[in-house]
Design a protein. Structure first.
Length: 391
């Protein structure tokens, strides 16, 4: 069990370097379009400030190539100032005399947000000299950035090697929920997987064939599985290099007595005709873009029997309203299920938010790739390096 911020003692006056994930969408004017990630971080910040810590926040935003005013964390500092009862200030640099001076002036229980750590190329290189310079600014390191915990970066992995450390409430919550899915799911355990590429889901498919009772597969990746079964897929997107992978998953599921369900009808386009049609069999120039009404009922039958449901990946090209019905229907079925319901992955959570169903899920993971990698391996590099709790 990893050490958490509740295991830290005598925080008053200590400079806590807190790594968060404030990678939020901004419009061109710097307005925050979705503050979910910041809201999720507030309990950890409030706890640390209530204990009298001087909290210095490190985060990234986007993938800038050097300094980029449009990727500045300045708007986040304004948002924090509105949500926290303590004083919140901002430093336009991560390192340098300005930052050191601001930390010296920081009063107990107040917050200083530093500029985007990815303005420095040393961050993603996990340059330990860079990490040591940042570590010299603080006394304790707390990592609460689950969404970047799969990266060995200077402020996620490097700092934990240099300072006494712990995880925050958000990271703790992620670990507990994902561990439950992996190790103690309610039965029957149904996993819904979508998205476009089998490539990105190979490991998680292999994991869930072992752990789940039923896997429902939709999205473009379903056509690779259907072709592996010898079924017609028309001109739908297929990863020919992964047909053998799909066949192996299907074979292993059968050997283990697990169910893998694939679409039995499809919402399609025929050639250049822009009008969608529903087809049971995909032939000739038909291209599948969503699961059809029969598939929705077919999947619903399994979901209504579930004790635990985990969902990752859209079941159709949901960006287009013509091909959103399948994904929305399954989202609503899961949201209204009596099962314990969880979802993870950037697109998946974005869809749930788009459909205003976020409050009806038991748990939504804040990680994208980090969530999948954790479910694949049971840990992540930036978590492994955190000190264990002393019992």
């Amino acid at each position: 069990m990893k050490r958490t911020i509740k295991d830290l003692v005598n925080l008053k006056g200590k400079v806590v370097l807190l790594r968060t994930d404030f990678n939020v969408p901004l419009d061109e004017g710097g307005k925050i379009l979705d503050a979910t990630r910041i809201k999720n971080e507030l309990p950890t910040i409030r706890y640390l400030t209530s204990k009298g810590a001087r909290v210095v926040i490190l985060s990234h935003l986007g993938r800038p190539n050097g300094y980029d005013i449009h990727k500045s964390l300045w708007p986040v500092s304004l948002y924090l100032a509105k949500k926290l009862s303590c004083s919140v200030s901002f430093s336009s640099m991560v390192l340098g005399e300005e930052t050191k001076e601001r930390i010296k002036m920081l009063k107990d229980g107040n917050v200083l947000l530093l500029e985007n750590v990815r303005f420095y190329k040393q961050e993603e290189e996990c340059d330990m000299k860079f990490a040591r310079e940042i570590a010299s600014l603080g006394d304790i390191f707390v990592n609460d950035a689950f969404g970047t915990a799969h990266r060995k970066h200077a402020t996620t992995y490097g700092l934990a090697r240099l300072l006494p450390n712990a995880i925050g409430f958000l990271m703790e919550k992620e670990i507990k929920n994902l561990d439950k899915i992996l190790n103690n799911p309610k039965r029957p355990f149904v996993v819904v997987l979508g998205g476009s590429k089998v490539d990105s889901k190979i490991k998680i498919l292999e994991q869930f064939v072992e752990k789940a009772d039923t896997i429902l597969i939709g999205g473009a990746m379903a056509y690779t599985f259907l072709k592996a079964q010898g079924k017609d897929v028309g001109m739908s997107k297929v990863e020919d290099n992964n047909i053998e992978v799909a066949l192996n998953v299907l074979t292993k599921a059968k050997e283990l007595g697990k169910k893998v369900l694939l679409p039995i009808d499809h919402v399609c386009l025929r050639g250049r005709n822009p009008r969608p049609v529903v087809a049971i069999t995909l032939k000739d120039n038909l291209i599948g873009y969503d699961i059809g009404p029969r598939t929705i009922k077919y999947f619903q039958n399994e979901l209504e029997k579930a004790g635990e449901i985990f969902w990752n990946g859209p079941l159709g090209m949901y960006e287009n309203a013509n091909f959103r019905v399948g994904t929305r229907s399954i989202a609503e079925i899961i949201a209204n299920s009596k099962a314990h319901t969880s979802a993870g992955g950037g697109d998946t959570v974005a869809m749930i938010n788009l459909f205003n169903l976020d409050k009806k899920f038991n748990y939504l993971s804040t990680g994208g790739g980090a969530t999948l990698e954790y479910l694949e391996s049971g840990s992540l590099p930036a978590i492994e390096v955190i000190q264990e709790k002393i019992s």
